[in-house]
Design a protein around this ligand. Structure first.
Ligand code: FE
Length: 211
């Protein structure tokens, strides 16, 4: 009997704005390559590895003719890459609508834990600037402690990290800034605050608060 196994494939979500909508803080060329090249590459990479995994599960590939560790490691890298980028696009706002300060429950939590938005911004910026090499700076809501937490993801293939309650995420791979900021990553981090979509961050937090 032939096994009918098919994994549902991933889809590239639409970019929520035009490629030039984050200028001058993040250039059109960066967003174009980042979305149409890198993010699309993660989706395609995940789907081709899923097809390979289907063959393994069905027994179409004989042991010794595939590298299961390579497949799973590649899936982790590509699925996380896809999910984290989808969050990254969502938490930026187009055409000058980003930046400023959060309101609502997010502002209350930030003030309670950090004293002020400026202090929070300073700590998040320091965290982002401390990341060695490649990865992400992340603000997430810890549903166990009801605290906001700031952390970094070094790379994104070490383990499955994409389903934690992420409120805000900053891509710090070189492809996210190098075309415009070269090796001045801290300048990109500073510029990014001008495009943060605080309404989207608040919506994410509300989703986790009501769970
Ligand atoms: Fe990226």
């Amino acid at each position: 009997m032939t096994l009918q196994i098919q994994f549902k494939k991933y889809e590239l979500p639409p970019l929520p704005y035009k490629v030039d909508a984050l200028e001058p803080y993040i250039s059109k060329d960066i967003i174009d390559v980042h979305y149409n090249g890198h993010h699309k590459g993660y989706v395609n990479g995940a789907n081709s590895l899923l097809e390979r995994l289907e063959k393994v599960v069905k027994g179409d590939l004989q042991a010794g003719h595939y590298d299961i560790q390579g497949i799973v490691r590649g899936l982790t890298f590509n699925i996380n890459g896809h999910k984290l980028h989808a969050l990254y696009w969502e938490n930026m706002a187009p055409n000058g609508k980003g930046g400023g300060k959060p309101g609502g429950a997010l502002a209350d939590l930030i003030n309670k834990q950090y004293g002020s938005f400026d202090r929070f911004k300073q700590v998040f910026t320091e965290t982002a600037n401390s990341l060695p090499g490649t990865g992400w700076a992340v603000l997430y809501y810890d549903t166990e402690s009801s605290n906001l937490q700031i952390m970094t993801f070094e790379n994104h293939f070490m383990n499955h990290i994409a389903e934690i309650p992420i409120i805000l995420i900053l891509d710090e791979f070189e492809h996210a800034y190098y075309l415009q900021y070269k090796n001045k990553r801290a300048d990109y981090v500073n510029a990014w605050w001008n495009v943060v979509n605080w309404d989207a961050a608040e919506k994410k937090l509300q989703k986790y608060l009501t769970k």
